[in-house]
Design a protein around this ligand. Structure first.
Ligand code: FES
Length: 141
């Protein structure tokens, strides 16, 4: 148990030194929206230019309100923290409102990420938008 606490605090220190904000660090350590959803309304996958992979599961109700979202990620701390923050920004929103979420909103929520990691935020947002657009297209057909 104590070993786990030490690992968490050393990861915390390394991320803080690298320029991650406290909120970003918490999102990365907790990973509370990591995984899949049963009976999702849509599943979508995106590969970043860096090769990192994100898969998003979105569940909506009958009024197109997003009830829940999960991400499966093979990627860096920036990708994980950005995806987790994105979920907090879109839960309870409509699909159209979710399309208005942009990199700036996620960046603010994270309270900072290193400059070299800004594309990780873009990957989380692009994956969200791709999933929402696929879901909207499926509903219209
Ligand atoms: Fe690829 Fe962060 S390095 S998403």
């Amino acid at each position: 148990m104590e070993k786990n606490i030490n690992i968490a605090s050393s990861e915390q220190n390394i991320l803080a030194e690298a320029g991650y904000g406290q909120a970003a660090i918490q999102y990365f350590l907790e990973k509370k929206y990591m995984g899949s959803l049963e009976n999702p309304s849509c599943v979508s996958k995106k590969v970043g230019s860096c090769g990192d992979i994100m898969k998003i599961y979105i569940k909506t109700d009958d009024s197109d309100v997003i009830e829940d979202v999960r991400y499966e990620i093979s990627g860096c701390a920036g990708a994980i923290s950005a995806a987790m923050a994105t979920v907090d920004l879109v839960r309870g929103k409509t699909l159209d409102q979710a399309l208005n979420i942009d990199d700036g909103h996620v960046f603010q929520r994270l309270e900072g990420v290193p400059e070299k990691k800004h594309h990780c935020i873009q990957l989380a947002v692009k994956t969200l938008h791709q999933g929402v657009n696929e879901l909207k297209a499926a509903k219209q057909s």
